[in-house]
Design a protein around this ligand. Sequence first.
Ligand SMILES: NC(=O)c1ccc[n+]([C@@H]2O[C@H](COP(=O)([O-])OP(=O)(O)OC[C@H]3O[C@@H](n4cnc5c(N)ncnc54)[C@H](O)[C@@H]3O)[C@@H](O)[C@H]2O)c1
Length: 349
Amino acid sequence: MTAQVRVCLVGAGRAGKVHANSLIRFTPNALVVGIVDSMPDTLQAVANEFGISERFLSLQEALEKLDFDAVVITTPTFTHRTLAVTAARARKHVFVEKPMALTIEECDEMIGAARDNKVFLQLGFMRRFSPEFATAFERIQAGEIGQPMLVKSLTHGPGLPPPWARDLRTSNGMLAEVNSHDWDCVRWLMGSNPERVYVETANFKGAARGVDTPNYYDTAIVNLRFENGGLGSISGVCPCDYGYDARVEIVGERGIMQIGDMQGQPVVVCTDRDQGLVTPIFRTWPQRFEWGYIREMQHFITAILTDTMPSVSGEDGRWAVAGVLAGTKSFLEERPVRLSEVIIGAGVQ
Ligand SMILES: NC(=O)c1ccc[n+]([C@@H]2O[C@H](COP(=O)([O-])OP(=O)(O)OC[C@H]3O[C@@H](n4cnc5c(N)ncnc54)[C@H](O)[C@@H]3O)[C@@H](O)[C@H]2O)c1
């Protein structure tokens, strides 16, 4: 067993910095040996911030010049397939951010490359590692609220996403970029795969903010039926402007469970009449899921060191992509869509 896992970060943007922090400051068995970003200025700034000396403008260059065991890929969605497959073929373990990829075919290629090259592929569904989500899952498994009948999950993000992240062609839009976590959580907590979805979308704020991307929406509601007969819903709003809000409610045959809270700190302040009652809420996703991000990196490194399959797999990522594709087809064609319509080929269960 290797004492330390040598990691090369691929992507030095917002998510890349969160994972650099988790690995360098909170994961003693990880050694960040290099960093890749195609933007020279970003690369230098982030490498300097985290004290990473080996810097590359492409994964290919890093593979040629650096010795390492694993990659953490945090580049935009449309690059995930190529980078993950390239890394897996070079026998590097792969952590890749959500959304896994743009299509089911891309997901299958990534899963196949990891399997054929005997490396792990872990998806960036950090909510599963966030203490309150992990506890809720354990308590559902223990039967505390009985069989889940209805799972309602929401994610509302504060600001307008970058152009690539709101364009269906490069990201599959907000259902993917913002709500991938909800697609994963409702399936995980229900304990069943989604079978049929119906989605409505709306665009309230785009025009005022100069967004002219085709089919742009900032508000979405998803209705879901699962294979086990359970029901679900996902709501997405981005930009919501008020903070980062992620909550889930599960109604079971014997009770109800709520995960998450709008309140970011347990301090409530009462000031003058103009401000009234001020309750601090979470401002950002790194703040809201601080321990989820740290624990998912620790899980990835431990999986490699102990040669144990990570608990969040490529198949989980593929199901979320399938939900997004069915949901997008649903709102574009204004009808309920079965997931079987978008899942092609032999499939991975
Ligand atoms: N798990 C989460 O909660 C979470 C949060 C934010 C972002 N993400 C995901 O992380 C990914 C990146 O999002 P972000 O917000 O960090 O984006 P970002 O734009 O801030 O950063 C992406 C970085 O990748 C670099 N890049 C682009 N193509 C590259 C390539 N081929 N090789 C090397 N570098 C390349 C860019 O120069 C940029 O610095 C997306 O998949 C996003 O959905 C996940």
